[in-house]
Design a protein around this ligand. Structure first.
Ligand code: 2BA
Length: 109
């Protein structure tokens, strides 16, 4: 068994969970926050048998889109007044950031 930890954008999360559930995957959805943008994102936990791993990855790839987001720079620069002001930067976020781990044991009590 594998554990897929998928960090996705909130905009994709509802459709992704529906698609996964419709195909028989069990999913846990966590409300999370990205450290860089300090904005909400969604982390999904999926425990999947090896045989169903590729299917899950295909669904994530199909549903999750990359998007541009504008964010204040994490390192403010000095403006013309000499005051330190944040400036906006554009970052490309997602489709999905995925960690895959081998599951040693899967226990339900
Ligand atoms: P955030 O940390 O809010 O990052 C949002 C986007 O900002 C990132 O998109 C990336 O395009 C950009 N970014 C992040 N750190 C940066 C930096 N130090 N300098 C310049 N740009 C930076 P994604 O790479 O698609 O990541 C989306 C979200 O996935 C992240 O949200 C974070 O919550 C998670 N994530 C990404 N890589 C991770 C990792 N190695 N470990 C844990 N979580 C990760």
């Amino acid at each position: 068994m594998k554990l897929i930890i998928a960090i996705v954008q909130d905009e994709d999360s509802s459709r992704l969970v529906s698609n996964l559930m419709n195909e028989g995957y069990s999913v846990t959805k966590l409300a999370t926050t990205g450290g860089f943008l300090r904005a909400g994102n969604t982390t999904l936990l999926l425990g999947v048998d090896e045989a169903k791993f590729d299917g899950a990855m295909k669904i994530i790839e199909k549903v999750c889109k990359s998007r541009k987001q504008i964010a204040p720079s994490p390192s403010p620069v000095a403006g013309s007044t000499g005051a330190y002001v944040p400036y906006p930067i554009e970052v490309m976020v997602g489709g999905a950031t995925i960690f895959v781990m081998n599951v040693e044991q899967f226990i339900k009590i």
